[in-house]
Design a protein around this ligand. Sequence first.
Ligand code: SF4
Length: 688
Amino acid sequence: MSTPSPTTVRTTCPYCAVQCNFDLHLEGGLPVKVTPTKECPVARGTVCKKGLAALSDLRHPDRLSTPLLRKGGELVPVGWAEALAYVREALTPLLERDPGRVGVFGSGSLTNEKTYLLGKFARVALKTGNIDYNGRYCMASASTAMNRTVGYDRGLGFPLEDIGTSDLILLVGANVAETLPPIMQYLKAAKDRGGVIYAIDPRATTTTKVAGRGLNLRPGSDGVLALGLLRQMKLWGKIRPTAPAHGMAEVLAHADAYPPVRVAHECGVAEADFLTLARAYADATKPLILTGRGPEQSAQGTDTVQAFINLAFLTGHFGKPGGGYGTLTGQGNGQGGREHGQKNDQLPGARSLRDPRHRAEMAALWDVAPEELPQPGLSAQELLNACGQPTEQGGIEALIVLGSNPVVSAAGAGQVTERLRALKHLIVIDFLPSETAQLATLVLPGSMWCEEEGTTTNLEGRVQRRRRAMTAPGAAREDWRILCDLAAAVGRAQGFTYGSFRELQDEFFAATRGGKADYSGLSAERLDRASAQWPVRSADGPDTPHAYAPGYPTPGGLATLHVPDVRVHLPAPRALTLITGRLGNQYQSGTQSRRNPALKAEATAQLHPDTAAEYGLKAGDPVRLRTAHGEAVLPVALTPGIRPDTVFLPFHWPETANLLTDPETLDPHSRMPQFKGTALTLHPLGVA
Ligand code: SF4
């Protein structure tokens, strides 16, 4: 008797780090409908528009289903044999001469297993240290700040339901209602219990309206706000450190320089409003600070986040249920994607490539000598900036991109496009022809989220199963198989001959054993029973809902607080500042969501009505925006809740926001580019 095929498959939404669970209903082997599931431990039966529309682009006419090789300037369909022969001829001489001339660029949307395999592929098959990923553009600042403070980084060190028990929530640059909608239920729960929510943002959003209270502060001044709050807590006798830590005295002394008058001036807010917020924080028993990309996506992002961590730590709330600090990771697998080796300095399980013990552990697993593992290479933006540069200056000659679209998402998109065009070989693995794929010399058709098995880790460190519901179309292949094919094409198949996905997955779980992000107690079967928050150190041991108990994985078990170096650039009167960000209906660089008819949205330049009037602009008028890095033309949208000195651009479209951002100025700690806070001028079209 044959086994009937399933009519529903339970899996996770790929579009953001909440990772809502839903059921895919199948007809004729294809998913035709999404229904949220009440058993979802995260969204509890809710799902947002993106999740509901997730099926619309699965069989989009643009879907890549065969390799494409550039011939005579055009990308033309070829078979896999010809595509892999190109890989062999392009990469083998380079790898023999200098593996570091080959770069690898990954994505925070990859499953954990693909993240792991991509890092192994770069370091073991290609032997290059030049691997990094687009998470460097998302939460890298918060991740770096947490790592240097307590030795590891789980975005939320607590279950989402803890949010509902907080009595004061500071949302700093986090538009939760649009970008992570199911989390609003936890914020509303806190409010229903009498809690207060402050939304700190230069722009009024759906979230700030729900919060009801907030500060409309100057872009780039969040760190000063945190320093001012710490000074007030000291003044009001609220310093009671969470645990002994290095650097406390220096951090507290430094905060003395931030009295309310300075905070109000630099943040561009009323002193009384700042003091009201400070008093609310001082009086709260479980204050919780949640940062988003607002304060993080800047060249001083690490120190800005550090200022908030210091505040939470020194007032005794860090790591306590319902209080403390957390970052709201955004990208589909933004948490797992930053743990398992696609960062330039990282090995699986959030190990360090610089640590001899960690190198030895991974070398033993991968059957190579520790000295064969390359040293850390270039970070994401530096990798892109090096593309096509002279070899003697460390230029990258060939780049392999998996599931990322840096032509839209990287800072200084105009320069990045030029650099990618200058490459000898650009190999892109993707399922839709992204703007980056359109520049490639070879495009390899990969798999979409419901065409592959794997695990992902959500913003609270919860590992969940992603299940396959259908197969990839035509000659498209699962991404993990493509990486193995590439290893074989360059004659380095050893270690990349998995008989099944399960074999790869089991190797991945085992590879994390002993790491900070330890998944070694997990298996597909255990995850079928329930999701689990890492670390999970043994098959029969518990998971870890609350991660940040004192006794941190640092030398001596102590935290280290750092004095934040945050400076506010005070613009000239009437000068404008650019901020960029997300829209609720779109995802990342828009490769999928712009093609999805259910997710309509428009790229506009959001201006305060007074600013528009000053320039003689009305809604819909085209305007040229210029920065030192480029220019873009967009229609105007009037946004009464934005600061009059600020212009907001969404970053989901090519030739918009990131044409204007700076590709060279990077955070010295996290290597995050300066996405926000760029000086900008407006030019109504027709005016020079
Ligand atoms: Fe949930 Fe995020 Fe998907 Fe929306 S986009 S359904 S919030 S995982």
